[in-house]
Design a protein around this ligand. Sequence first.
Ligand code: ASP
Length: 446
Amino acid sequence: MRLAKLQLYTKILIALAAGAAFGLSANRFGFSGFVGVWIKPVGTAFIRLISMVVVPLVFASLVVGTASLKDLRTLGRIGAKTLAFYMCTTAIAVTIGLLLTGVVRPGSSLPLESRQKMIGDAAAQKALPVQATDEKPSIGDLLLNIIPTNPIKALAEAQMLQIIFFAMLMGICLTLIPPDRSQIVIGFFRALDETIVQMVHVIMKLAPYAVFGLIAAVVADFGFGILVMLLRYCLVVLLGLTIHMVLVYGTAIRILARTSVTDFFRGFRPAQLVGFCSSSSNASLPVSMECVEKNLGVPLHICSFTLPLGATINMDGTALLQGVATAFLAQVYGIELTLVQNVTIVLTATLASIGTAGIPGAGMVMLAIVLNSVGIPLQGIGIILGVDRFLDMCRTVVNITGDAACAVVVASTEGQLDTDNQRGCGGEPAKKTAPNGLHARPSEPS
Ligand code: ASP
């Protein structure tokens, strides 16, 4: 089969394996420096390109999405379903993390000597993300901060919650002015939205090269040794993420959305690969939106509301990791968690994941809030920091899959899921599938 004819995700998978092998050789034979200087920038360029489109895409699509909900009743109903789904699945994710860690007890399995050494090393590390949380604002401040005093500043600084607030208010107000005027603004934003989506198609052509560069750089830097040291902790996180993805999302798709679980995962695969490689919900958003709309049959007005919101506030993978990490560190430090402390972890991890930005490593910064809430030494973050890069890649996949599952469930319960569109995706070469693995727009040559 000619390489150029392969689907995008197949090319990405090949690049992933090749990049890992190359990175491993670099780590083994000591040319990690070369990888950092010459190979990694290809990946960094891709992340910058895809991050470039996030703010205009979120803003334009949310204005159009909210305005096209037409009346406030529909907006309220869809908003309530979305928030309920996000909150419940996040709380379930933390609970799964806590239960698994309680059963496997990865923190207790470490020999006492190594545990003490780790604690010592962690205490010696100064460059922890702990300082970032020392100045954490109160819940009241956090809520007030959602209202931007200057929306242009919010856009320029990519303050996602502020952008979402302003875009939704604008969308609502567009439904309240006469249609002859609102249509001008909505038409403009719709065209802007389509242009940015087209930009994503162009940028995605670079994805396989970027994936090669990103993976090669991570493996070259850390090698596999670091993974071996905290293998059990990693395995608990990975097991938890898998259980959450398969059981919680699978059940939601099957029972609540009454649609095929296989089609769901197959149609969302390109976005998952971007999430895995970029470790960023924000950077994956353009591709997620494309997959959910074109491959999973969710109408634009629903996915342009649920997905940007989800990329900002819904982080099930992050919450699960925070649950596992907190319980793991409690075991390392010999602290037995009480029932009340476990409930506190569920609540704080759910809230902390809402405040976690959809960017690489943000979950580790917010972990300090959860550790604080149950009195676990913040230095513990140093123990798990080394393996977090890889876990970040995995939890980001779960974060964005949760957003997609919510979009499908909401669309289905609104009776607006286009299942005909779903059936063609991913498997056999569907007529409307573009060479990048995403479905082509009707106007686009296939
Ligand atoms: N990297 C994650 C995301 O963007 C956030 C985190 O847990 O660090 O979804």
